[in-house]
Design a protein around this ligand. Structure first.
Ligand code: ATP
Ligand code: LTN
Length: 347
């Protein structure tokens, strides 16, 4: 009887288990911002949800990449995601270009997305300003490919940083529009943005988000920076002319450091303020640097081990893509059928 009840519970849990999808571009080594805003949360979700994570290499082509570097960064990111705690027995991990349905569905969705909607995207405006000599059609349609990524897996939740909110709104609008014409093809996804760390700021210009493409390397912490580099960058972090470690409007630099310290140590903001009451910024910056270096140490060490085992990495992303292809193919086939495309005969 007990066993029967337990198995019923398991079946119900399986039925209600929600789907999670997220992606990260192989455009370089991820920063502390990518980690605290997104990657750190991915392994935490894998017990409760069906999680699918992807290294979105097609997205990274919207900005010019050096082929050898892209290849290296893609494999390195697979290793880094595993080092952060993604367990391939629990989650799917794959490389976006290995599942052709992403590019295929993006084309269909392009035809249901308006020029005006894409022209409003702030990421498009920022990146066009940054690369005025390469404002390509892929950069413009980037959010549609992201919508395809998410919608292929009937995703409920998308763990991302706050900067992706506008793209999430677009994915929801396009899905709703398609469903409105053709019936329920796509599940409408929700963004899953952490309360803390959703927007980690630059260490040099704390009003700007921390970005791996910043020209000044002191502005960001990379996940693979060694302890000395991390300490040095935090010691150079821009703060203000006061000397009080308190979270208050107008103290962007200190607020950012308090947020980072609070996440990596698990202490609340008042606890952090109390710990550094009466101490100077120098002590505080060193403490933040040490805490971050310590938090990233296991990631760095596991990553180095994983990278030595290329066969294992290949096995993980090959199996991941096989499973992803099966799920994505179902949604893509359904969308094609609804649109009136003649489906090829089954092999
Ligand atoms: P790029 O700088 O190359 O344009 P990016 O770092 O903005 O890239 P991705 O690498 O695709 O973009 O980002 C992966 C995840 O990291 C996304 O969920 C994004 O929201 C999150 N993220 C990026 N920067 C930050 C930040 N400064 N703070 C918090 N989360 C961030
Ligand atoms: N645009 C995202 C990366 C991304 C993504 C996704 C995130 C591409 N496809 C699907 C979540 C779900 C970015 O962070 N720059």
């Amino acid at each position: 009887m007990e066993i029967q009840e337990k198995s019923q519970e398991d079946t119900q849990a399986a039925i209600v288990k929600k789907n999670v999808f997220s992606g990260i571009q192989p455009t370089g080594i991820p920063t502390l911002g990518n980690y605290l805003g997104a990657m750190r949360n991915w392994p935490l979700l894998q017990e409760e949800y069906h999680c699918i994570y992807s290294v979105v290499d097609l997205h990274s082509l919207t900005v010019r990449q050096e082929p050898a570097a892209l290849r290296k960064q893609t494999l390195s990111l697979v290793a880094l995601l595993l080092a952060c705690g993604i367990d391939p027995e629990k989650s799917l991990l794959f490389i976006q270009s290995h599942v052709s349905a992403h590019a295929e569905l993006a084309w269909l969705l392009n035809c249901y997305t308006q020029f005006g909607e894409l022209a409003r995207m702030t990421q498009f405006k920022d990146k066009s300003a940054k690369h005025p000599d390469n404002i390509n059609a892929g950069l413009f349609c980037y959010p549609v490919l992201m919508a395809a990524d998410i919608l292929l897996y009937q995703t409920d939740l998308v763990p991302v940083g706050a900067d992706q909110k506008q793209h999430m709104e677009l994915a929801r609008d396009v899905a709703g529009r398609f469903n409105g014409i053709y019936g329920e093809v796509f599940r409408i996804p929700e963004p899953y943005i952490p309360k803390e760390g959703a927007r980690v700021m630059s260490l040099q210009e704390p009003a700007k988000k921390m970005s791996k493409s910043d020209e000044n390397p002191n502005a960001y912490i990379l996940l693979l920076d060694d302890a000395d580099t991390i300490l040095r960058k935090f010691r150079r972090a821009v703060t203000d002319s006061e000397a009080e470690v308190v979270y208050r409007e107008g103290k962007d630099g200190i607020n950012n450091l308090i947020t980072i310290y609070s996440i990596v140590t698990g202490k609340t903001v008042p606890e952090v303020e109390h710990e550094f009451a009466g101490k100077g910024y120098g002590d505080f910056k060193s403490a933040v640097g040490e805490a971050v270096a310590e938090a990233l140490r296991p990631v760095r060490e596991t990553y180095a081990d994983l990278l030595k085992n290329k066969d294992y990495l290949a096995e993980v992303y090959t199996k991941g893509a096989e499973k992803a292809r099966a799920i994505a193919g179902r949604t893509y086939g359904k969308a094609c059928k609804k649109l009136g495309l003649v489906l090829p005969p089954r092999p």
